[in-house]
Design a protein around this ligand. Structure first.
Ligand code: ARG
Length: 258
């Protein structure tokens, strides 16, 4: 009897330990449709679907750690999460603290404006250099960005791109893109700089907004992994290459294009 109880305790204990080690925890900021967002109480999006495949292939339970975007990289550094999947662009500053997997998506920063803002009526014909010039020529411009993102770095000036930033403009940082767009519609900022696909989603759900369809940057999304987990990094790269080869990645991405 004594041994039976001991056995049960041991079994429960090992189950507990086992569960703990069998997770793949993913740091993300689920406010970035179509890459990660919450819909009907569920995590959805391109990154979430890729994360599910990775967890399945590695026979791990997927755990989503939802947080503000500017904590995502740190969560991997401090090992509170195994990986970061958050529409996370490769950049040199981040590379100093985490490893990046191979890339799975090409992205660009774009500009959202108010539809009725006359200053931006004819800009769609410009190239990116002239668009930047045009923006620099506007007095007292306020630019909304998401805190901790490459869009913010770009707007403030970033040596990764050799871009000085919009020096004369005032840059206001928001927790997420939706808040920045609301601020724009309330005339608290004039333009919003954010990644292309999220810009398109935000444009659709916010009447009175318009996208300037000109890429300001050239970025690649990848998965962030702790610097001392090369085995996981390698496994992730293998899975990424297999979903690229067999068309699964393309299928996931195209599901979110309307
Ligand atoms: N691609 C940009 C970056 O890497 C923005 C990502 C924002 N992601 C999010 N889930 N809110 O900085």
């Amino acid at each position: 009897m004594k041994y039976k109880i001991l056995g049960i305790i041991m079994a429960v204990f090992s189950l507990f330990i086992g569960c703990k080690n069998d997770n793949l925890s993913v740091a993300t900021a689920a406010n970035f449709a179509p890459f990660e967002y919450i819909d009907g109480g569920e995590f959805k999006g391109i990154d979430i679907e890729i994360a599910k495949i990775i967890a399945d292939e590695l026979k791990l339970n997927l755990v989503i750690n939802d947080m503000e975007f500017d904590s995502v990289v740190q969560s991997v550094v401090s090992k509170n999460s195994n990986i970061a999947m958050s529409g996370l662009a490769i950049n040199d500053t981040r590379k100093q603290v985490i490893d990046f997997s191979d890339t799975y998506f090409n992205a660009a920063q774009m500009i959202l404006v108010r539809e009725n803002d006359k200053r931006f009526f004819d800009v769609n014909k410009l190239d990116s250099t002239n668009l930047v010039k045009k923006i620099n020529s506007i007095k007292n411009l306020k630019i909304g960005v998401q805190a901790g993102t490459t869009g913010e770095f770009y707007a403030k000036g970033d040596k990764d791109w050799g871009f000085d930033g919009f020096k004369k403009a005032e840059i206001l940082s928001f927790t997420n893109g939706a808040m920045a767009v609301t601020a724009m519609l309330n005339n608290q900022v004039d333009i919003v700089i954010i990644d292309e696909m999220p810009a398109k989603v935000l444009q659709k759900s916010n009447k009175g907004t318009k996208i300037i369809d000109i890429a300001l940057t050239n970025e690649s999304y990848a998965i962030g992994v702790s610097k001392d987990n090369k085995e996981l990094l390698e496994n992730i790269n293998k899975i990424l290459s297999s979903i690229k080869e067999d068309g699964r990645l393309e299928k996931i991405i195209s599901k979110y294009y309307e």
